[in-house]
Design a binder for this molecule. Structure first.
Ligand SMILES: *Cc1c(COP(=O)(O)O)cnc(C)c1O
Length: 397
């Protein structure tokens, strides 16, 4: 097969889609007005963000456009929801419930609160990465003010039962706030905040084909949360700063494309399953991490015995394939992924893990190419591995 370039790291970030770029373009040019200005340019910019807010609210099933607040990233939305709600409600209690498999934007926000004297219960997950509503409710106390469970996991793709969790929490204490980090779920899973029963939900543009630097937080009317940035009164006084008009318009477009094209996810899901089955059958000593079924349409996470994820990434990169590994949480850390460890993957296997995350922009030819290249690369690495040599010595007569 001819050499190709395959981008299979869509859980890290996505390419900006042509429709999104086209929608944004006017606001880099003539539409430069400040939405707070009363003149024509200002009114035009204001109309653009009003329309974007209405569109996003409607696509997410929010009761009112004013429940959507724009932020600069998913991380900002996560930080704001957690710290803002914890602080605003601390007179009622200082206990928060979350899970062991959250994104670092959530985990590190919680750790910051712990340093201030808040108490956090981090729930265990099962081998599929699932949290049960029962586990959440059992951890609730009189002083629990906030529950945060991610909608879908960025490493192993597990989709959590958020609706059931929210219902169970509210049944036990209607005052306990429920926040979900839906950065990976938005566009991949149908979402209606009213039906879900959550109080807050975060999303990020660059995971759904906008450029990096735009996110949003849904905050249900009536939820108490501190202001994030004091300033000129933008975002109903909660997050000051002249609005990023072009990116806000881009976010609305990206969400519209993602939600209206949900049918296309069936094709992505088929590609995912072909990757999983193809890899597991062609490469011995490999295993799927996470759930086979309760899984994001584009997520593949597989561990290979006897090899290191970093070397695998390097050789894949040389073959034109962009992927990711859970062996290091980030390129600057040598710790194995906290998510893989939490779902019970042994450390050695966590070190040999590969995440392929595909999107609607991938094709069947991309899948064919990965399935053609990967087995040989894994074999090459194993042939250089002392662990594999030892295994062969002990197992081949
Ligand atoms: C990417 C991601 C974030 C952070 O979003 P940014 O816009 O990159 O800050 C938060 N949570 C999850 C689950 C993510 O995948």
């Amino acid at each position: 097969m001819e050499e190709r370039f395959v981008y299979a790291d869509n859980a890290a970030t996505t390419s900006t889609s042509p429709e999104v770029l086209e929608a944004m373009m006017p606001y880099f040019k003539d539409g430069y007005g400040n939405p707070s200005s009363l003149h024509k340019k200002g009114r035009e910019a204001k109309a653009a963000i009003t329309e974007a807010r209405e569109k996003i609210a409607s696509l997410l099933g929010a009761a009112k456009p004013n429940e959507i607040y724009f932020t600069a990233s998913g991380s900002e939305a996560d930080n704001w929801a957690i710290k803002g709600a914890a602080h605003a409600n601390q007179n009622r209690g200082k206990h928060i419930i979350s899970t062991k498999i959250e994104h670092h934007a959530v985990l590190h926000s919680l750790e910051a609160l712990e340093k201030e004297g808040f108490e956090v219960t981090y729930l265990d997950v099962d081998s599929d990465g699932l949290v049960t509503p029962e586990a959440v409710v059992n951890a609730m106390r009189d002083d629990t003010t906030l529950v945060e469970v991610m909608f879908a996991n960025n490493e192993v793709g597990t989709i959590e039962p958020i609706k059931e969790i929210a219902a169970a929490v509210k049944a036990k204490n209607p005052k306990t706030l429920v926040f979900t980090d839906a950065v990976q779920a938005v566009g991949n899973v149908p979402i209606n905040v009213a039906e879900l029963g959550v109080d807050m939900l975060s999303l990020s543009g660059h995971k759904i084909h906008t450029p990096k630097g735009i996110g949003a937080l849904y905050i249900k009317t009536g939820v108490r949360i501190l202001n994030l940035v004091d300033g000129g009164g933008q975002e109903r006084g909660k997050r000051g700063g002249t609005e990023n008009v072009a990116y806000i318009v881009g976010l609305a477009k990206a969400l519209e494309v993602a939600v209206n094209g949900m049918d296309e996810n069936k094709r992505v899901e088929k590609m995912r399953d072909r990757l999983i089955d193809g890899i597991l059958t062609s490469i011995p000593h490999s295993r799927l991490n996470g759930s086979r079924t309760t899984r994001l349409v584009g997520n593949v996470n597989i561990s290979f015995e006897f090899i290191e994820g970093e070397s695998l990434l390097l050789l894949l990169d040389m073959a034109g394939i962009c992927a990711s590994t859970g062996s290091a949480c980030s390129s600057t850390s040598l710790e194995p992924s906290h998510v893989l460890i939490s779902i019970g993957v042994p450390v050695e296997l966590a070190h040999g893990s590969l995440r392929l995350s595909i999107s609607r922009q991938n094709t069947d030819e991309d899948v064919d190419y990965i399935l053609e290249k990967l087995p040989g690369i894994v074999q090459r690495l194993r042939e250089m591995s002392p662990l594999y040599e030892e295994y062969l010595k002990n197992n081949v007569k």
